[in-house]
Design a protein around this ligand. Structure first.
Ligand SMILES: Nc1ncnc2c1ncn2[C@@H]1O[C@H](COP(=O)(O)OP(=O)(O)OP(=O)(O)O)[C@@H](O)[C@H]1O
Length: 748
């Protein structure tokens, strides 16, 4: 008789054979589609769509290779369900393997001995390459097993497999947790698509992992709806995005765009460094009013009449005429640049009428001598006059968001007029020169873009792109017609249609366009006004009110998952309560889910971090660690001058335990980086750079400096102390809160 491992191996082999067959089939179908010819544009379009869908299917099949099959449920009636990373059918379309996201797979993540949902046994199958290496069973039938009773108490599902995953060395990138998702996490992953879900959880509670698995779940469950618009994931920094970047592809899902706030505005890289104070001012909600006022101020009404000369005739423009034309243009409720032509028309009309009155006046006092044709000529003259154009530009300029902000930041008076509500010191933080952008500028550019509307640059860019496509297509056709006729004698030639006969350059260009092979993420990234089917924000507590406005614009449907921890806020402009952070934009239209188990940080380390948390918020409860390692954190006080060298020595020793993260104050960053530079598996970061990351072993350097140098110092320290999966060392003078903690070991 087969033992259970052998029995599961038989299943596994069948699943891989099916996967291979499915892959071959999909690849062959894609190949057939690619060569299938058609001249009909719509058919071409549809064909390209099918090729893309098959490509996506193939990517999903390929991604399922590792860990294809990992779970099995046996129910009271003897029915068996095999659960894997992807769903597979046999030749008769009978299900063989069920996708982990399918509703029927749910008991694998939530059934307990107390609420067994008809399941008597849950089996975890561990595989490597295409072999079963181990299995673990959980009996969920209380009546039949005594083991069930103890299962009910732990609250952890698949404990042995979970602990193995948590204790494993980190690879430097986050991995999928499909095999060990816990019940409280599963509830969040499968929560409905509509509305705003806020997930609050302490360090290591799996918020990031869950947010990504939720994206995969939503894409699976609402594919038709989400595939067109995609999902946007916003993270705190590029290192973090790199850290999490493989999770969704490993679950077979693309169609997700990962960005930091700095990348939200197409066509610019916002990497200009700036002070925390300046970033805080730029993030305030009242900056929306400042930007609106800055735009309004560019619609100028002069105090005095202004004069402009057209062909030696002096024309006069009264402030009331400007004010009334401006009022009517604004009443159209269009963005500034789109309202501009209406304003311009009225001003030009007013000037033309005046011009006509002067030029066409009948010396004998009769009616004006000019006819409609003459008036049109005069109008053209007025419009073409550079002095008139200059005046119109001063009265109501066509503006890009960049220009608006540069003009504002670069001019004290403009700034004072637009931002009277800011203190002189706050305004000073905004004053600057240069045309590069910081991350905190991005939401302001976005705000300005909304109010200004298209300044013509987008249309010009599209026109240029189209002209390039047509020129390219023309070149291709010329090449074809140049080589086409030489192979045939004269008689044949009349029978044979060349590409040039069938297509002209414009049609061919349209075809290239239809074959836009950019991914959804690329297309969405190039379009500021793209709106997503769902938006996920990680470390959401860091977002400023202005950043929330920019994010909200990307999801008018308000289908969002916001994950974070208000005890970990580092940004001066970030939120320390969800209610306060979200109220200005979403009022109270959001639902809250909380996570309380810490899967990353061992109990010994969390004990220590708990002291800091209590100082931040005496009412907050630290998440409970699911495991302890028996290794206490250690502390060594090393004089500032010797710290970098000491860190380098210790980091070199710690790499034997895996990936090492050195988290230091900004003050010491350079010195430590220099000293540690080049050590393999060691990363040196500030707290801001370490947000969301984790390492096997962490060295926190200069904890007192970390606490003092930032407006939210204790929260930063809390983040730094909770980044390790195994070991924590603290180097340098301790702040009071840690001195009293007493949970230390000496470094051996
Ligand atoms: N159910 C689970 N099974 C296996 N590993 C898990 C599970 N839940 C979380 N983890 C692991 O725990 C670690 C912490 O998870 P994650 O980074 O998602 O937490 P977080 O709440 O975002 O933390 P932080 O707020 O501190 O950044 C990761 O290594 C993650 O893979």
């Amino acid at each position: 008789m087969q033992n259970p491992v052998q029995a599961e191996q038989v299943h596994l082999t069948t699943f891989y054979e099916t996967l291979d067959r499915e892959r071959e089939r999909t690849e062959a179908r894609r190949g057939d589609e690619q060569v299938a010819g058609t001249r009909n544009r719509q058919a071409l379009h549809q064909r390209d769509g099918r090729v893309r869908d098959l490509g996506a299917r193939l990517a999903r099949l390929n991604a399922a290779e590792e860990g294809l099959y990992f779970g099995r449920l046996d129910d009271v009636d003897g029915e068996v369900l095999h659960i894997g990373r992807i769903g597979l059918h046999d030749e008769d379309y009978e299900p063989l393997l069920v996708d982990w996201r399918a509703p029927v797979a749910r008991p694998f993540y939530v059934a307990t001995a107390v609420h067994n949902q008809g399941i008597v046994r849950r089996r975890h199958i561990q595989t490597r390459l295409r072999r079963v290496v181990d299995i673990q069973d959980e009996q969920l039938d209380l009546e039949r097993t005594a083991a069930g009773a103890s299962q009910a108490g732990t609250g952890v599902i698949g404990e042995a497999v979970l602990l193995k995953a948590l204790e494993a060395r980190r690879t430097g990138t986050m991995e999928s947790i499909v095999q060990t998702i816990q019940a409280d996490q599963d509830r969040i992953i499968r929560s409905g698509l509509a509305g705003i879900l806020v997930v609050q959880g302490g360090p290591g509670t799996g918020k990031t992992a869950i947010a990504l698995h939720r994206a995969a779940f939503l894409l699976y469950t609402h594919r038709a709806q989400l595939e067109k618009r995609g999902i946007l994931v916003v993270g705190p920094n590029p290192t973090f995005l790199k850290f999490i970047g493989q999770v969704l592809p490993s679950l077979g899902e693309d169609g997700v765009r990962l960005v930091t706030i700095a990348e939200l505005y197409p066509g610019l890289t916002a990497s200009r460094p700036e002070s925390a104070e300046a970033a805080e001012v730029k993030g305030r909600a009242e900056l929306a009013e400042v930007i609106a006022k800055a735009v309004a101020d560019r619609q100028w009404v002069p105090d005095q009449p202004v004069h402009v000369t057209v062909e030696r005739t002096v024309l006069r423009l009264d402030p009331t005429v400007v004010a009334e034309a401006g009022g009517r243009a604004r009443a159209r409720r269009l963005p500034h640049n789109q309202a501009r032509p209406f304003f311009l028309t009225e001003i030009i009309d007013a000037l033309t009428d005046q011009y006509a009155d002067i030029i066409g006046a009948d010396p004998l006092g009769g009616e004006n001598l000019l006819d409609d044709y003459d008036l049109e000529e005069l109008r053209n003259e007025v419009t073409a006059e550079p002095a008139v154009q200059e005046l119109l530009h001063r009265l109501w300029p066509n503006l890009s968001p960049q220009q608006l902000l540069l003009d504002l930041y670069g001019d004290e008076d403009r700034l004072a007029a637009a931002a009277p509500q800011l203190s002189p010191l706050d305004r000073e933080h905004l004053l600057r020169y240069g045309d590069d952008w910081s991350p905190a500028d991005v939401p302001l550019l976005d705000e300005a873009a909304e109010l200004l509307g298209d300044d013509g640059q987008e249309a010009a860019r599209l026109r240029a792109e189209r002209a390039r496509e047509i020129a390219y297509a023309q070149g291709s056709l010329d090449l074809l017609s140049g080589s086409g006729s030489t192979d045939f004698d004269e008689d044949d030639e009349s029978e044979i249609l060349t590409a040039k006969d069938i297509l002209d350059a414009e049609a061919l260009a349209a075809r290239y366009e239809a074959e836009d092979d950019r991914t959804l993420a690329e297309r969405a990234g190039a379009d500021r006004r793209w709106t997503y089917g769902h938006v996920i924000v990680d470390e959401a507590q860091e977002l400023s009110p202005m950043a929330w406005r920019a994010i909200a614009r990307r999801c008018p449907l308000r289908s969002m998952t916001l994950v974070g921890d208000v005890a970990q806020t580092g940004a001066a402009g970030g939120g320390t309560s969800w209610r306060n952070a979200l109220a200005p934009i979403f009022a109270d239209r959001w639902r809250l889910a909380e996570l309380t188990m810490n899967y990353r940080t061992p109990a010994e380390v969390m004990d220590l971090a708990g002291h800091v948390l209590r100082e931040i918020d005496p009412t907050a409860k630290a998440p409970q660690s699911v495991r302890s390692t028996g290794v206490k954190p250690w502390h060594v006080d090393v004089a500032a001058a010797d710290q970098a060298a000491y860190v380098s020595k210790v980091a070199g020793e710690e790499v034997q335990h895996g990936q090492v993260g050195v988290i230091t104050s900004r003050l010491r960053l350079e010195l430590v980086q220099e000293a540690v530079g080049g050590l393999a598996d060691v990363t040196v970061l500030t707290v801001a750079g370490a947000k969301g990351l984790e390492f096997d072993s962490v060295l926190v350097v200069d904890p007192e400096g970390i606490t003092l140098e930032s407006p939210r110092g204790l929260r930063d320290l809390y983040v730094a102390l909770t980044r390790c999966t195994q070991r924590l060392g603290v180097i340098g003078e301790l702040p009071d809160v840690l001195r009293d903690a007493g949970a230390w070991d000496a470094r051996l």
